[in-house]
Design a protein around this ligand. Structure first.
Ligand code: NAP
Length: 298
C-alpha cells in the first residue's frame, strides 16, 4: 500500500509542491493555518483537514513547509500539533528553512513517540517548487531517506543526503552564505562600473563568461541595470535565513565577517520598507552610501 501523505503549509512553496505530489499520483491531505488556502488545492484533489494533529492521525509521511523555526515548533509540537496525532513509525519531513540546532531538538521530541524525522530544506524558489525541479538537501537516517525518496523525486531534481539530523539545514545555510556573497559582489561591481562611467551592459557582456562570472551576475545583473526589483527571493526571507546562519555560526564559534556585514545591509533595506523586493536590491544599500544610482533610464 502506498504511503498516505500529509502536507502542512500551503504558502508560495507548499502549493507548488503539493500539486506535484498530486500529479505523481499520491493521495495528499493538507492543512494550512489560513483555511481559505486549502480550498484552492482541494479543487486539484487534495483533502483538507482541521488541524496538524488530525492530519497526522491519518498519514504515514507528514511534510511541513512553513516560515521559520517557531512556526515549525508550533505545527509539530503545539497542542493541536503533529505530535498529538502521529502514529509510531510515522515520518515527519520538514522542508522549511530553519535552525539546524532546533531541528535536532524537534527530532528528539518526536523520537520519544517513535516518530522519525528528516530535515529536507530546498533551493530553487517558487519556480522550482512549481516545476518540480527543487534541489533538496536532506539530513537524517539513510533508511528514512530511502523511504522518502519517491516523495522527494516528485518535488525535486537534485536530491542529496548530506548527513545526520540537522545536516540538511546546515547545508541550506551554506547555500545562503554563497548566495549573499555573490549578490554583494555583483552589487559592488556594478556600483563601481557606474562610478567609472562605463557602459553597464557591455561590462556584463565582457565579464560574465570569465572567472568573475556567476549565476547571480548573469541573472540578477541585468535586472539591477533595468532597476527591476521583482523578487526571485525576497529580502525579508533572505534576512531570516541570514539570521539563522549567524545564530548557527555563533553557536559553532565560526567567524563570518562578510555575511554579518551583508545581513546588516539587508536590515537597512528592511528599515526602509523594502523587505518585499528581491535580494538583488542589496545594491540600494550601497547606492545610499555612494550617493549614486546604478543603471536605469539613460
Ligand atoms: P510563505 O509563502 O510566506 O508561506 C508560509 C507558510 O507557512 C504559509 O502556509 C503560512 O500559513 C505558514 N505558517 C507560517 N507561520 C505559521 C504558524 N505559526 N503556524 C502555522 N502555519 C504557519 O513562505 P514560502 O515562500 O512558501 O516559504 C516556506 C519555507 O520555504 C520557508 O522556510 C522559506 O524560507 C523556505 N524557502 C522559500 C523559498 C522561496 O523562494 N519562497 C525558497 C527556498 C526555501 P498562512 O497561509 O496561514 O500564513
Amino acid at each position: 500500500m502506498s504511503e498516505r501523505i500529509g502536507f502542512i503549509g500551503l504558502g508560495i512553496m507548499g502549493r507548488g509542491m503539493v500539486r506535484n505530489l498530486l500529479k505523481a499520483g499520491f493521495a495528499v491531505q493538507v492543512w494550512n493555518r489560513t483555511a481559505a488556502r486549502m480550498g484552492e488545492l482541494a479543487a486539484d484533489g487534495a483533502q483538507p483537514t482541521s488541524s496538524p494533529a488530525e492530519l497526522a492521525r491519518q498519514c504515514d509521511l507528514i511534510i511541513t513547509c512553513v516560515s521559520d523555526t517557531p512556526d515549525v515548533a508550533a505545527v509539530l509540537l503545539g497542542e493541536q500539533g503533529v505530535i498529538a496525532g502521529a502514529q509510531p513509525g510515522a515520518l515527519v519531513i520538514d522542508m522549511s528553512t530553519i535552525s539546524p540546532q532546533a531541528t535536532q531538538e524537534f527530532a528528539a521530541r518526536l523520537a520519544e513517540r517513535g516518530v522519525h524525522m528528516l530535515d529536507a530544506p530546498v533551493s530553487g524558489g517558487s519556480e522550482g517548487a512549481a516545476k518540480g525541479t527543487l534541489s533538496i538537501m536532506v539530513g537524517g537516517d539513510a533508511a528514512d531517506v530511502e523511504r522518502a525518496m519517491p516523495v522527494f523525486q516528485a518535488m525535486g531534481k537534485t536530491i542529496t543526503h548530506v548527513g545526520g539530523t540537522g545536516a540538511g539545514q546546515t547545508v541550506k545555510l551554506v547555500n545562503q552564505i554563497l548566495v549573499v556573497g555573490s549578490m554583494q559582489a555583483m552589487a559592488e561591481a556594478l556600483l563601481f562600473a557606474q562610478a567609472g562611467g562605463v557602459d553597464l551592459e557591455k561590462t556584463l557582456a565582457a565579464v560574465s563568461g570569465g572567472a568573475g562570472g556567476s549565476w547571480t551576475l548573469s541573472n540578477r545583473g541585468p535586472q539591477v541595470i533595468r532597476r527591476d526589483w521583482r523578487p526571485g527571493f525576497m529580502i525579508d526571507l533572505q534576512a531570516k535565513d541570514l539570521r539563522l546562519v549567524l545564530d548557527a555560526a555563533d553557536d559553532l564559534g565560526a567567524p563570518l565577517p562578510s555575511t554579518a556585514l551583508i545581513f546588516q545591509l539587508y536590515r537597512t533595506l528592511q528599515a526602509r520598507g523594502l523587505g518585499k523586493e528581491g535580494n538583488h536590491a542589496i545594491v540600494k544599500a550601497l547606492e545610499a552610501m555612494a550617493g549614486i544610482e546604478v543603471g536605469g533610464e539613460r
